[in-house]
Design a protein around this ligand. Structure first.
Ligand SMILES: C[S@@+](CC[C@H](N)C(=O)[O-])C[C@H]1O[C@@H](n2cnc3c(N)ncnc32)[C@H](O)[C@@H]1O
Length: 183
Protein backbone atom coordinates (compact mmCIF):
# COMPACT_ATOMS: atom_id res chain seq x y z
CA UNK A 1 0.00 0.00 0.00
CA UNK A 2 1.34 3.46 -0.82
CA UNK A 3 1.74 6.03 1.92
CA UNK A 4 -0.56 8.35 -0.01
CA UNK A 5 -3.44 5.87 0.39
CA UNK A 6 -3.09 5.64 4.14
CA UNK A 7 -3.53 8.81 6.17
CA UNK A 8 -1.87 7.25 9.21
CA UNK A 9 1.00 5.45 7.48
CA UNK A 10 3.56 7.42 9.50
CA UNK A 11 2.14 6.08 12.76
CA UNK A 12 2.25 2.54 11.34
CA UNK A 13 5.92 3.08 10.43
CA UNK A 14 6.61 4.55 13.87
CA UNK A 15 4.97 1.49 15.48
CA UNK A 16 7.35 -0.83 13.63
CA UNK A 17 10.33 1.31 14.70
CA UNK A 18 9.05 1.38 18.28
CA UNK A 19 8.74 -2.43 18.38
CA UNK A 20 12.36 -2.86 17.26
CA UNK A 21 13.50 -0.63 20.13
CA UNK A 22 11.04 -1.76 22.81
CA UNK A 23 11.15 -5.49 22.04
CA UNK A 24 7.35 -5.68 22.38
CA UNK A 25 4.55 -7.18 20.29
CA UNK A 26 3.28 -3.94 18.78
CA UNK A 27 2.76 -5.31 15.29
CA UNK A 28 0.49 -2.77 13.61
CA UNK A 29 -2.43 -4.12 11.61
CA UNK A 30 -1.53 -3.76 7.94
CA UNK A 31 -4.67 -2.22 6.46
CA UNK A 32 -6.00 0.83 8.28
CA UNK A 33 -7.98 2.02 5.23
CA UNK A 34 -9.91 -1.28 5.25
CA UNK A 35 -10.90 -0.67 8.88
CA UNK A 36 -11.89 2.91 8.07
CA UNK A 37 -14.11 1.73 5.20
CA UNK A 38 -15.73 -1.01 7.31
CA UNK A 39 -16.51 1.45 10.11
CA UNK A 40 -17.99 3.87 7.58
CA UNK A 41 -20.08 1.14 5.92
CA UNK A 42 -21.41 0.08 9.32
CA UNK A 43 -22.41 3.67 10.10
CA UNK A 44 -20.65 3.08 13.41
CA UNK A 45 -21.36 5.36 16.37
CA UNK A 46 -19.51 3.26 18.98
CA UNK A 47 -16.35 1.25 18.28
CA UNK A 48 -14.44 -1.01 20.66
CA UNK A 49 -10.86 -2.07 20.05
CA UNK A 50 -8.65 -4.49 21.99
CA UNK A 51 -4.97 -3.73 21.32
CA UNK A 52 -4.13 -0.06 20.86
CA UNK A 53 -0.35 -0.17 20.45
CA UNK A 54 0.49 3.38 19.22
CA UNK A 55 -3.01 4.19 17.99
CA UNK A 56 -2.78 3.38 14.28
CA UNK A 57 -5.97 1.36 14.00
CA UNK A 58 -7.97 3.45 16.49
CA UNK A 59 -7.21 6.51 14.37
CA UNK A 60 -8.13 4.61 11.21
CA UNK A 61 -11.53 3.67 12.65
CA UNK A 62 -12.22 7.20 13.85
CA UNK A 63 -11.31 8.69 10.48
CA UNK A 64 -13.67 6.28 8.70
CA UNK A 65 -16.69 6.74 10.95
CA UNK A 66 -16.74 10.46 11.60
CA UNK A 67 -19.60 10.40 14.12
CA UNK A 68 -18.11 7.54 16.12
CA UNK A 69 -16.38 7.34 19.46
CA UNK A 70 -13.67 4.71 19.91
CA UNK A 71 -12.84 2.91 23.16
CA UNK A 72 -9.47 1.21 22.82
CA UNK A 73 -7.70 -0.92 25.45
CA UNK A 74 -3.98 -1.30 26.09
CA UNK A 75 -1.99 -2.53 29.10
CA UNK A 76 1.51 -1.37 28.21
CA UNK A 77 1.98 2.10 29.82
CA UNK A 78 4.50 3.22 27.19
CA UNK A 79 2.08 2.29 24.39
CA UNK A 80 -0.73 4.09 26.18
CA UNK A 81 1.29 7.30 26.39
CA UNK A 82 2.51 7.13 22.79
CA UNK A 83 -1.02 6.39 21.55
CA UNK A 84 -2.47 9.30 23.52
CA UNK A 85 0.20 11.58 22.05
CA UNK A 86 -0.51 10.40 18.50
CA UNK A 87 -4.26 10.73 18.98
CA UNK A 88 -3.92 14.26 20.39
CA UNK A 89 -1.61 15.25 17.52
CA UNK A 90 -4.28 14.07 15.07
CA UNK A 91 -6.89 16.10 17.02
CA UNK A 92 -8.94 12.96 17.62
CA UNK A 93 -8.72 12.92 21.42
CA UNK A 94 -12.32 14.10 21.77
CA UNK A 95 -13.48 10.88 20.06
CA UNK A 96 -10.88 8.24 21.00
CA UNK A 97 -10.34 7.10 24.60
CA UNK A 98 -7.35 4.93 25.44
CA UNK A 99 -8.21 2.77 28.46
CA UNK A 100 -5.15 1.49 30.31
CA UNK A 101 -5.35 -2.04 31.68
CA UNK A 102 -5.86 -5.69 30.85
CA UNK A 103 -8.54 -6.53 28.27
CA UNK A 104 -10.46 -8.89 30.54
CA UNK A 105 -10.68 -6.35 33.36
CA UNK A 106 -11.31 -3.18 31.38
CA UNK A 107 -14.02 -4.77 29.21
CA UNK A 108 -16.11 -5.37 32.33
CA UNK A 109 -16.48 -1.59 32.70
CA UNK A 110 -18.03 -1.03 29.24
CA UNK A 111 -21.72 -0.79 28.40
CA UNK A 112 -23.05 -3.02 25.61
CA UNK A 113 -24.31 -1.71 22.27
CA UNK A 114 -21.10 -1.32 20.25
CA UNK A 115 -21.56 -1.21 16.47
CA UNK A 116 -18.05 -2.41 15.63
CA UNK A 117 -15.51 -4.38 17.68
CA UNK A 118 -11.94 -5.19 16.70
CA UNK A 119 -9.73 -7.81 18.29
CA UNK A 120 -6.06 -7.02 17.60
CA UNK A 121 -4.50 -8.10 20.87
CA UNK A 122 -2.30 -11.01 19.82
CA UNK A 123 -3.68 -14.55 19.52
CA UNK A 124 -7.51 -14.56 19.81
CA UNK A 125 -8.89 -16.12 23.00
CA UNK A 126 -12.41 -17.64 23.29
CA UNK A 127 -13.25 -15.94 26.61
CA UNK A 128 -12.44 -12.49 25.21
CA UNK A 129 -14.51 -13.18 22.10
CA UNK A 130 -17.43 -14.26 24.25
CA UNK A 131 -17.27 -10.92 26.06
CA UNK A 132 -16.87 -9.01 22.79
CA UNK A 133 -20.03 -10.69 21.53
CA UNK A 134 -21.91 -9.57 24.64
CA UNK A 135 -20.78 -5.98 24.09
CA UNK A 136 -21.66 -5.94 20.37
CA UNK A 137 -25.21 -5.17 19.27
CA UNK A 138 -27.09 -7.69 17.14
CA UNK A 139 -26.13 -6.88 13.54
CA UNK A 140 -22.86 -5.38 14.73
CA UNK A 141 -19.54 -6.11 13.07
CA UNK A 142 -16.67 -7.99 14.72
CA UNK A 143 -13.25 -7.87 13.08
CA UNK A 144 -10.76 -10.48 14.31
CA UNK A 145 -7.06 -10.31 13.46
CA UNK A 146 -4.43 -13.02 14.00
CA UNK A 147 -6.79 -15.95 13.40
CA UNK A 148 -3.93 -17.83 11.74
CA UNK A 149 -1.86 -17.89 14.95
CA UNK A 150 -2.95 -21.41 15.89
CA UNK A 151 -3.58 -22.49 19.51
CA UNK A 152 -6.63 -20.76 21.01
CA UNK A 153 -7.20 -18.94 17.70
CA UNK A 154 -8.51 -22.22 16.25
CA UNK A 155 -11.37 -22.37 18.76
CA UNK A 156 -12.27 -18.76 17.99
CA UNK A 157 -12.21 -19.47 14.26
CA UNK A 158 -14.55 -22.44 14.71
CA UNK A 159 -17.03 -20.34 16.68
CA UNK A 160 -16.96 -17.55 14.10
CA UNK A 161 -17.62 -19.97 11.25
CA UNK A 162 -20.14 -22.35 12.88
CA UNK A 163 -22.96 -20.66 10.94
CA UNK A 164 -25.10 -20.25 14.06
CA UNK A 165 -23.93 -17.12 15.84
CA UNK A 166 -22.05 -15.16 13.21
CA UNK A 167 -22.12 -14.50 9.47
CA UNK A 168 -18.36 -14.57 8.80
CA UNK A 169 -15.89 -14.20 5.94
CA UNK A 170 -12.12 -14.15 5.75
CA UNK A 171 -10.72 -11.00 4.16
CA UNK A 172 -7.31 -12.30 3.09
CA UNK A 173 -5.86 -15.44 1.54
CA UNK A 174 -3.74 -16.17 4.60
CA UNK A 175 -6.87 -16.51 6.75
CA UNK A 176 -5.48 -13.94 9.15
CA UNK A 177 -8.50 -11.66 9.50
CA UNK A 178 -12.24 -12.37 9.60
CA UNK A 179 -15.18 -10.02 9.50
CA UNK A 180 -18.25 -11.35 11.30
CA UNK A 181 -21.76 -9.99 11.70
CA UNK A 182 -23.52 -10.91 14.95
CA UNK A 183 -26.74 -12.83 14.24
C1 LIG B 1 -0.86 -6.30 17.69
S1 LIG B 1 -0.65 -4.99 18.82
C2 LIG B 1 -1.98 -3.88 18.40
C3 LIG B 1 -1.72 -3.13 17.13
C4 LIG B 1 -2.61 -1.93 16.91
N1 LIG B 1 -4.00 -2.27 16.77
C5 LIG B 1 -2.10 -1.24 15.66
O1 LIG B 1 -2.63 -1.46 14.58
O2 LIG B 1 -1.07 -0.57 15.77
C6 LIG B 1 -1.30 -5.71 20.30
C7 LIG B 1 -1.32 -4.79 21.50
O3 LIG B 1 -2.16 -5.38 22.47
C8 LIG B 1 -1.57 -5.20 23.75
N2 LIG B 1 -2.07 -6.30 24.59
C9 LIG B 1 -1.83 -7.63 24.41
N3 LIG B 1 -2.49 -8.35 25.32
C10 LIG B 1 -3.16 -7.47 26.11
C11 LIG B 1 -4.05 -7.61 27.21
N4 LIG B 1 -4.38 -8.82 27.69
N5 LIG B 1 -4.59 -6.51 27.75
C12 LIG B 1 -4.28 -5.27 27.25
N6 LIG B 1 -3.43 -5.06 26.20
C13 LIG B 1 -2.89 -6.16 25.64
C14 LIG B 1 -0.08 -5.22 23.51
O4 LIG B 1 0.61 -4.51 24.51
C15 LIG B 1 0.04 -4.56 22.13
O5 LIG B 1 0.30 -3.18 22.22
Amino acid sequence: MTAAADRFAKIRTATNAHRARHGCNAYPYDNGPLLAALAAAAGARRILELGTALGYTALSFASGAQDATVDTVERDPEHVQLARDNIAAAVMDHRITVHEGDFGTVMLTFDPGYDVAFFDGGTPVPALHKKLRELLRTGGLLITANLNHGGSAEAVRKALFDGKSWRSALVDEEGETAISVKI
